[in-house]
Ligand binder design. Structure first.
Ligand code: 5GP
Ligand code: ZN
Length: 115
């Protein structure tokens, strides 16, 4: 737990989160400012500032984020319509919370363009 990290606080239950999925490695909760009808944040319980701070030993945990994403997409019934997974890395890419997380976005048409 990193004391000044808002996602660590959500994961620890110190501030509320609308959880949609939890297991021993990752949690998922609804984004407080959704930009799509389904907007879920998937984060490892372990704190990493960003992708820039991971290495090969983290691959099982980080791979598990994708398994969680697949399960959550099924749970949210967006698997067939499609969903977008986004990991912003660094302030210049729009990262605002420095606890690594994956956005799962779905429920509205998305253009082919990423930005
Ligand atoms: P980033 O810009 O770092 O990729 O994404 C951070 C996301 O966290 C943003 O979409 C923002 O709306 C969301 N967020 C920031 N603070 C909170 C919070 O306290 N609770 C929840 N559920 N989401 C948050
Ligand atoms: Zn954290």
């Amino acid at each position: 737990m990193t004391s000044d990290c808002i996602f660590c606080k959500i994961i620890a239950g110190e501030i509320p989160g609308q959880f949609v999925y939890q297991d021993e490695q990752v949690v998922a909760f609804r984004d407080i400012h959704p930009i799509a009808p389904t907007h879920i944040l998937i984060a490892p319980r372990k704190h990493f500032d960003s992708v820039h701070h991971v290495d090969a030993s983290d691959e099982p945990l980080l791979g598990h984020l994708f398994t969680a994403a697949r399960l959550i997409a099924e749970q949210e019934k967006v698997s067939q319509s499609g969903y977008r997974l986004v990991v912003n890395t660094g302030a210049g890419a729009g990262q605002t919370v420095f606890h690594i997380h994956m956005h799962l976005l779905a429920g509205k048409p998305m253009s082919d363009k990423l930005v």
